[in-house]
Design a protein. Structure first.
Lengths: 317, 197
């Protein structure tokens, strides 16, 4: 029996129909009106709220997108502001675009100082205009002197550097002197040494006299005196900066080398007595030079060898 | 949102009404509810052995489930099948949660009598009707749950065997046998009763 047939049979069953009729007759219950209102109200509100939420969803989504993308407009604004500021800076400061400035910037020069130079020069020129003619001349002379002195000092330094390069032995000596720090005396101590000790003056003149000629002569003494008297004046000029101070040290070194050369010449000329005196004078000028301290011992040893020809030869070698 | 007149909505099938409701026509739900509220309510009430308070609660729950599930509704099956499927599942949940022992639940006569008060001009006939109504309901309540469910789905929802099978989750043959046994038992109980004229 198929389902359709069964259903037909089921529907045509008298007993079932009777039961069906009976059931339909008595089964008339309905939900209360309150329940109807509840269900219908819920259905309607669900539809309305769904539409409201749908309408609200769109702006929320847009809001979210905007919230996460805040940095995009900010970056645009930052780029625009920076480019505008650079453009305005260049427009109002044309010096920034000059090749000198660009070069100086590329070389790492301090632009700030240079940028103020024209103004400083202008102020200086104004001051110059206001000054009387005599004062101007004096000031110009002073400036010229200062510039010349500076030039001389610079030339000396350059010369000494050149000598250092050409004469490695002397350079070694200079280094050793530099290692013994009290090589350079201050002008005051040097003047004390020269003036206060009576015997010292004579001792100093002796080796210095040999600078011009191996035989004693008075002329070099005056030259030495000139040199010593000129020294404080020059140093007072040199004390203006680190560079000039360095040049005085190098000049002292040169002088000391000259003295040592003279000592060697006396030694070669076998003038022992003069050599001893010159050494004593030298020690008074450069009292803390250890290398020179050794020299008397060396001379004593040499004296022993002197008597023999071998010693002379070895000395010459 | 579509705008329909009441007469237009009345002509629509259950499935079309539900689709309209899904799309935002609240009036479609009104028509749908009017069509199915009685049958569903009685089905739930009979299944709960005429316990009206629980029936009211579950009845509303079933409709709320339908309202919430409207967004995903597709007209792939008959609407009444879907509705009674929701009702059946809700009842099963209730029985599970309450550890409902259907065979031991006593028939609530007082509630039935109170419910069926009717102002009739013939008191004798009314009394007879009430007696018969009570007996039918009692007979249905005393049926096993499966047979009662099959008979009620046939009577209240007018579902076919296939649809009853779909709602209850069994095959057609099982539905057939359940219906046969159910009618047989009811016949025995309702034998002395005459149909109401």
């Amino acid at each position: 029996m198929s389902n359709k047939e069964f259903e037909d049979e089921f529907d045509q069953d008298k007993e079932f129909l009777t039961l069906h009729e009976k059931y339909k007759a008595v089964s008339t219950e309905e939900p209360s009106e309150a329940i109807d209102l509840n269900v219908l109200g819920a259905a309607h509100s669900a539809v309305n709220s769904h539409h409201e939420t749908n309408n609200e969803e769109t702006p929320d989504k847009i809001k979210k997108i905007n919230k996460h993308a805040w940095y995009v407009p900010v970056s645009y604004v930052a780029v625009i502001v920076l480019s505008l500021s650079v453009f305005l800076k260049l427009a109002f400061d044309p010096e920034l675009m000059t090749p000198e400035f660009i070069e100086s910037e590329l070389n790492g020069a301090d632009f700030v100082e240079e940028s103020f130079l024209p103004e400083v020069n202008r102020q200086y020129a104004d001051e110059q205009d206001k000054m009387p003619a005599e004062q101007k001349k004096i000031k110009q002379n002073q400036q010229r002197q200062v510039v010349e002195l500076q030039k001389e000092r610079l030339e000396e330094v350059a010369r000494s550097q050149r000598k250092e390069k050409s004469e490695p032995k002397k350079r070694m000596l200079l280094k050793s002197q530099a290692a013994s720090k009290p090589l350079v005396m201050s002008p005051s101590t040097r003047s004390e040494v020269l003036n206060n000790k009576a015997g010292a003056a004579a001792e100093v003149t002796a080796p210095m006299a040999l600078m011009s000629s191996p035989v004693g002569d008075q002329a070099p003494v005056s030259a030495l005196a000139q040199e010593t008297t000129q020294m404080p004046a020059q140093e007072s000029v040199q004390d203006t900066g680190g560079l000039t101070q360095r040049s005085t040290e190098e000049a002292d070194n040169e002088r000391q080398i000259k003295h040592i050369k003279e000592l060697l010449k006396l030694f070669e000329a076998k003038k022992l007595e003069e050599l001893k005196k010159a050494l004593a004078a030298y020690r008074k000028i450069y009292p803390y030079n250890k290398e020179i301290e050794r020299l008397p011992q060396v001379i004593q040893e040499l004296e022993k060898h002197w008597k023999t020809e071998k010693g002379v030869k070895s000395l010459q070698n | 949102m579509n705008s329909f007149s009441t007469s237009e909505l009345d002509d629509l099938t259950d499935e079309d009404l539900m689709l309209n409701y899904r799309d935002g026509t609240a009036a479609a739900f009104d028509v749908l509810y009017a069509r199915h509220k009685g049958g569903l309510y009685r089905y739930v009430l009979r299944q709960l052995n005429n316990r009206q308070d629980i029936a009211n609660e579950l009845f509303q729950d079933i409709w709320m489930k339908l309202i919430n599930a409207r967004v995903n509704y597709q007209a792939t099956a008959k609407f009444s099948t879907w509705l009674y499927h929701l009702a059946h599942n809700r009842l099963v949940d209730y029985w599970r949660s309450e550890k409902f022992i259907k065979h031991h639940v006593e028939f609530d006569e007082t509630s039935e009598l109170a419910l069926e008060t009717d102002e009739s001009s013939e008191p004798h006939k009314e009394l007879q009707k009430q007696q018969m109504q009570q007996q039918i309901k009692k007979a249905i309540a005393e049926l096993p749950e499966e047979q009662r469910s099959a008979i009620l789905l046939k009577e209240e929802a007018s579902l076919s065997l296939a649809e009853i099978a779909e709602v209850t989750g069994v095959n057609r043959e099982t539905v057939k046998s359940r219906l046969r046994y159910g009618i047989k038992r009811l016949r025995g109980v309702l034998q002395p009763l005459r149909p109401v004229s």
